[in-house]
Design a protein around this ligand. Structure first.
Ligand SMILES: [Zn+2]
Length: 293
């Protein structure tokens, strides 16, 4: 049960099956922090796994068959659980105004193959579901992972109902904007970072709902993606800006976790804790969905 105004967050122990990379393992310690009650106003909910049919909306049949019948059944189960969490968070956002899933590893996944630790593009899946099931006319995907979201662009970049905004600090998986619905900036220094985020928020104004890929790998101590000068304080301010924008514009929003990797100065618990500001800010805000008319 979710109390009124609480933030529904989807997670199950299946998310961390087939560990290995932080993309999957970091949600375990993070869920424990939430179960311990460190952030008030959060409800942790077990999602329904995604189905094969739902995946075929964004991915090719042969790729999904390979995934289902692959040699890593725990990886498959983890992906189905965490993608189900993305879908359930999307649906919950239209009820509560805000929601999240501790899913990670979405934006590089292409139609017919995995890439960069990403297997299923839950961002594209959620955007298409917002349009087909919830009647949304303009859905935004805001991506602040350190790397570019070329998978999302491949899958929904041509969809006229989808507005893309991507703030990166590394050109991996870069894509080429070809419409006024597209915003992409790869920043070269930490000084430019928050201004780029503000421009991205300006770009998505007037959308009906937001899917937020809240990547923490721009953090300077992340071994993959980190940029010197992007501190915990900068990322906390970024999350405040995004969440406050949602509240001020009355835009229903959901988040997923995206990148965040360890390094010599950052262990798994530290990676998990990098994501707390996103949850804290979304727990804080109140969003009364605006009328569609
Ligand atoms: Zn990344």
């Amino acid at each position: 049960m979710t109390s009124k105004n609480n933030l529904p967050i989807y997670w199950s122990p299946d998310y961390v099956l087939d560990g290995g990379v932080e993309t999957r393992t970091k949600s375990g310690p993070l869920a424990q922090i939430l179960m311990d009650g460190e952030i008030p106003g959060v409800d942790l909910i077990t999602p329904r796994p995604i189905t094969r049919e739902e995946l075929l909306v964004v991915h090719g049949e042969q790729y999904i068959e390979r995934l289902v019948n692959g040699e890593r059944p725990e990886l498959t189960r983890s992906i189905f659980a965490s993608t189900g969490g993305v879908r359930d968070a999307l649906d919950a956002m239209f009820v509560h105004g805000k929601a999240g899933s501790l899913s990670s590893g979405l934006h590089h996944a292409k139609r017919d193959h995995d890439e960069g630790f990403c297997y299923i593009n839950g961002l594209a899946l959620a955007a298409l579901r917002a349009i087909s099931k919830h009647g949304v006319r303009k859905i935004a995907v805001l991506d602040t992972d350190a790397h570019c979201g070329g998978g999302t662009f491949q899958l929904v970049g041509e969809n006229e109902n989808v507005v893309l905004a991507d703030v990166s600090c590394n050109s991996y998986d870069i894509w080429r904007p070809n419409s006024d619905r597209h915003f992409l900036e790869v920043v070269n220094s930490a000084n430019e970072y928050l201004d780029s985020v503000k421009r991205a928020l300006k770009h998505i104004e007037h959308v009906d709902a937001l899917i937020y890929n809240a990547g923490m790998d721009p953090f300077e101590d992340c071994s993959t993606g980190g940029m010197p000068g992007i501190t915990r304080e900068v990322l906390a301010e970024r999350e405040r800006l995004v969440a406050q924008w949602c509240e001020d514009t009355k835009t229903p929003a959901m988040f997923v976790l995206a990148g965040g990797y360890g390094g010599p100065k950052l262990d798994l618990d530290g990676v998990s804790r990098l994501h707390l500001p996103t949850i804290r800010e979304f727990a804080r805000i109140r969003i009364t969905p605006k009328s569609k008319n």
